[in-house]
Design a protein around this ligand. Structure first.
Ligand code: PPE
Length: 324
């Protein structure tokens, strides 16, 4: 069965959702049907992962950077956030603690609530933070063996039509159409080209390729989302003395890569074994991808001292004496 079929499972609910400063039961976290953002697609959001740590607690990966990007997305969309960055930072931790979870995916979303209708209406902004358990986004098998990808017939939107730097719900029409097209054609994921025809990104991931030992990824200036996982990978690779170049490349260059992978908070680091029915490298996870993926998974789980600055513990670490 295609890896895509596994994704239609029910969401693994948590108990409480943070809504405008209060924790409410999952089933009560509702909005009005005339919520402005539902009609016009202007809501800014983040996807953040919390991973279990060696002390039994959990830690949120690169929380500061995610909160910063949430506020930048709001700034780009002229949306006034009703809470400060510090409050959102603390609220994300609080959601994990309140749900007694040390592992999960956090989804903060700020949106225009109901009140007035019309494109020009500016309703009060509301903020919600939910969490649920999300396993391997592109399938466990995909994570180990790699996925099959299709270059989409949809083009990534131009940064002057939609500010691609912002993580806005409305952008995801482009992603949803590309993803569904790819799934219906029997692939696991789509890669979109930019307005000039160069590789941009996938529907929820940034793209990397390896050729002759060098890592290449499209530059942020090309109108992609500046992924936080992407940035972490660049740092991990350079720390391993792997050369990284942010450079545009075409789809045929991608076909001829030695290795390819995609990365994102949800997808983590997922190897690509085939693009448009062309085998990439040996058709399995390549050695550089494996090395980076393994360091990344150790880093998020608190096993790489060099990267502990990326982790925000959700509660005070339990000392060895206290655990004994
Ligand atoms: N590009 C896009 C278009 C994108 O949506 C994501 C994240 C990335 C790149 C990678 O960004 P980062 O998570 O900072 O490394 N996609 C989120 C949404 C997935 C979903 O289905 O919802 C995510 O991974 O959380």
């Amino acid at each position: 069965m295609a890896a895509s079929a596994k994704k239609v499972e029910k969401l693994k609910e948590s108990t409480l959702i943070w809504m405008d400063g209060k924790l409410v039961p999952w089933a009560d976290a509702k909005v009005h049907v005339l919520t402005h953002s539902l009609h016009y697609g202007v809501a800014v959001f983040e996807g953040i992962r919390c991973y279990p740590q060696p002390n039994g607690g959990g830690a949120i990966f690169r929380l500061r950077e995610h909160v910063r990007r949430l506020f930048e997305s709001a700034h780009i969309c002229l949306m006034e956030m009703p809470f400060t960055k510090d409050e959102v930072f603390e609220a994300c931790k609080q959601v994990m603690i309140a749900n007694k979870m040390n592992e999960g995916y956090l989804r903060p979303i700020a949106y225009y609530s109901d009140g007035l209708m019309g494109v020009g209406a500016v309703n009060p902004v509301r903020l919600t933070i939910a969490t649920w358990f999300w396993g391997a986004y592109l399938g466990e098998e995909g994570l180990k063996k790699g996925i099959r990808v299709k270059i989409s017939s949809y083009t990534r939107m131009h940064m002057n039509s939609d500010p691609t730097r912002a993580k806005v719900t409305g952008h995801y029409l482009n992603g949803v159409l590309a993803k569904r097209e790819a799934l219906m054609a029997g692939y696991d994921e789509a890669i979109l080209l930019d307005q000039q025809g160069y590789v941009a990104e996938a529907t929820g991931e940034n793209v990397f390729i390896v050729r002759d030992g060098v890592l290449y990824t499209p530059p942020v200036a090309g109108g992609i989302l500046e992924g936080i996982t992407r940035e972490s990978i660049i740092r991990i690779a350079r720390d391993k003395n792997v050369q990284v170049e942010e450079r545009r490349f075409s789809r045929d260059y991608l076909y001829c890569a030695d290795e390819a992978f995609m990365c994102g908070t949800a997808a983590e680091i997922t190897p690509v074994r085939e693009v448009d029915d062309r085998r990439i490298g040996a058709g399995e996870m390549g050695p550089i991808t494996r090395e980076i993926q393994s360091t990344f998974f150790r880093a998020v789980r608190g096993l790489e001292p060099r990267y502990t600055e990326w982790l925000t513990p959700i509660e005070a670490p339990i000392s060895a004496e206290a655990r004994a």
